[in-house]
Ligand binder design. Structure first.
Ligand code: TEU
Length: 567
């Protein structure tokens, strides 16, 4: 379980670095910035999809699982990148998107070509709803809504049947009930492992098993569609499929692989089953509770963030996976707004709050993930109008909501806070023109704050967010209590301070984070003992390594360490 000690770094290749001047990040760009990752000290790179794709969903719509999209490079470049990472002692985890393919994947074009195609059953096809004619409103086989707005079914005019797409219409869902589908996926995964990759991040993997009855869902008052997730979220055969992948793909491999399953809607109880090593399914899951705390019924219904809710949620996950299983720890990825703008203060306290949130997360028990740009405390993007957005989820939602009569300004206001594009602006490498990201025209606007927030500037500043991330990674590698210590939440009702301890053998760590812009006094149990502890990490430059103070300055975070006499 080497991955317990590791820190992962997610690269969203489109936005990382552009090597050929077409405005789109690529493998050559990534290869030219490995120094950054090595300096940061991360152990594993998770690479978002680089496979051939029509790019309807920026590569999460794959038309060939066993090649590289020319926009990103070639297989030879990929092999060289993998060797370069391995040469520096880093590993590479691929994104595995097998709930759906692109509608341009040869499996789907064959399936669509005729109801008699041997590939037809590789996807979910259904006739129109009984009594209705194909194409008529409401004739979709179920009333489910797609994650990206509109119905989850698309009509194929030629056959008069519909196919299921939980995401975009260019992302038809694979039928995992069909053993040939599963065998093809297993063989593709083995092919990548044979090439030397070190594991997979499995996209919406808890959606792959569907109740074949495909029952209608309840429709909320005033809504046009239902939420079909009861029929596919942790569906009837999900554990069987994951165990089968483990058996067919991972068992007996020479390399030590890492698997992390992205699982929207997963509960702690489910996660304990998914990540119990004895069950051999996945090593950890991405859950979404702590990234939904500021949302109401939909992600566009933005609510104030309440610190006690975060403690309740993360605390429950810490407890639930304490004995069995393992947590992943993340604030951001390519689907989430920037955390410093979301739960921090991206104005006056950008640096301090980014460091505070990073400390809070990385000191929990679990494996931390750093999403590109988070290590320099990148803010949300600035979007003037809808023409600045690129993500199909945002564009579809805008069209749908405005079409329904919602106020366009209100829809835009929610997009500015929650759009996935917030996390997809190019990495600003320096303060030069186009931020050192590209020599061409970037595919999405560069964050206008790049003269201030960029990698070179933060590298030159010991007090930067970037240096703090490096210290956090180093602390994990040096201090076993960070990896192995048990977790105890303190002050659960406190509205400003997030506090907890980690205990491993005779070492105890105390983590104190002021999640507010006001100075605050803390009262921790055992204060007398902690007053003689050592400060191993702080976020405010002048924090003195020896002095205990019962007050935290705005957005200050501290990690104290003491030896406990085991009696
Ligand atoms: O995301 C799955 C998912 O359900 C969410 O994170 C989703 O993007 C969000 O809730 C929409 O509001 C994964 C990928 O991370 C995402 O980029 C893909 O678009 C999606 O699957 C389909 O492959």
């Amino acid at each position: 379980m080497w991955w317990r000690d590791a820190v992962l770094y997610q690269v969203y290749p489109r936005s990382f670095a552009d090597g050929d001047g077409d405005g789109i990040g690529d493998l050559a760009g990534l290869a030219s910035h490995l120094d950054h990752l090595a300096w940061l000290g991360v152990d594993v790179v998770w690479l978002s999809p680089v496979y051939p794709s029509p790019q309807d969903d920026n590569g999460y719509d794959i038309s060939d699982y066993q090649d590289i999209d020319p926009a990103f490079g070639t297989l030879a470049e990929f092999d060289a990148l993998l060797a370069a990472l391995h040469g520096r002692g880093m590993r590479l985890v691929m994104d595995l998107v097998v709930n759906h393919t692109s509608d341009e994947h040869p499996w789907f074009t064959a399936a669509r070509s005729s109801p008699d195609s041997p590939y037809r059953d590789w996807y979910w096809w259904r006739p129109p709803r009984a009594g209705l004619t194909a194409g008529e409103p409401g004739a979709e086989p179920t009333n489910w809504e797609s994650v990206f707005s509109g119905p989850a079914w698309e009509l194929d005019e030629a056959s008069g049947e519909y196919y299921l797409h939980l995401f975009s219409r260019k992302q038809p869902d694979l039928n995992w009930e069909n053993p040939q589908v599963r065998a093809a996926i297993h063989s593709m995964m083995r092919w990548w492992l044979d090439r030397g990759v070190d594991g997979f991040r499995m996209d919406v993997i808890n959606f792959i098993s569907k109740d074949p009855g495909l029952p209608d869902a309840q429709v909320a008052a005033g809504a046009s569609y239902g939420d079909g997730s009861l029929a596919f979220l942790n569906g009837p055969r999900i554990h069987e499929y994951l165990a089968e992948i483990h058996r067919e793909v991972f068992a007996g491999r020479p390399q030590a692989v890492l698997t992390v399953g992205e699982m929207p809607g997963v509960t702690v109880e489910d996660a304990r089953l998914f990540t119990d090593p004895a069950r051999a399914e996945v090593d950890m899951v991405f859950q979404f509770e702590h990234t939904s705390l500021d949302q109401g019924d939909t992600k566009w219904d933005v609510r104030p963030f309440v610190l006690q809710d975060l403690k309740k949620s993360l605390g429950r996950w810490q407890e639930g996976l304490a004995e069995v299983g393992w947590n992943s720890l993340y604030w951001g990825n390519h689907d989430q707004p920037r955390v410093v703008s979301r739960y921090g203060d991206d104005g006056e306290h950008r640096t301090r709050s980014a460091k505070a949130l990073a400390t809070l997360l990385h000191l929990h028990r679990g494996t931390p993930y750093v999403y590109q740009g988070e290590e320099i405390g990148m803010r949300n993007a600035t979007f003037a109008g809808i023409e600045d957005f690129r993500d199909l989820e945002s564009l579809n939602h805008y069209a749908e909501a405005v079409g329904r009569g919602e106020d366009p300004d209100a829809v835009l206001a929610a997009l500015r806070l929650m759009s996935r594009d917030n996390a997809r602006t190019p990495i600003p490498w320096d303060a030069s023109q186009r931020a050192g990201f590209t020599t061409g025209t970037p595919w999405i606007g560069i964050n206008p704050d790049f003269a201030e927030v960029n990698v070179a500037a933060e590298r030159a500043d010991e007090g930067s967010v970037l240096h703090h991330y490096r210290r956090l990674v180093a602390l994990r590698h040096q201090e076993p209590a960070v990896v192995h210590g048990d977790f105890t939440m303190l002050l659960p009702e406190d509205e400003q301070v997030y506090a907890f301890t980690r205990r491993h053998g005779d070492v105890e760590l105390l983590v104190l984070v002021n999640v507010s812009g006001q100075e605050v006094a803390v009262e921790v149990p055992d204060e007398e003992a902690w007053s003689r502890s050592r400060l191993v990490l702080g976020t405010v430059d002048d924090a003195d390594g020896s002095a205990w103070t019962p007050a935290l300055r705005p957005w200050e975070a501290r990690v104290h360490r003491r030896l406990v006499t085991v009696g």
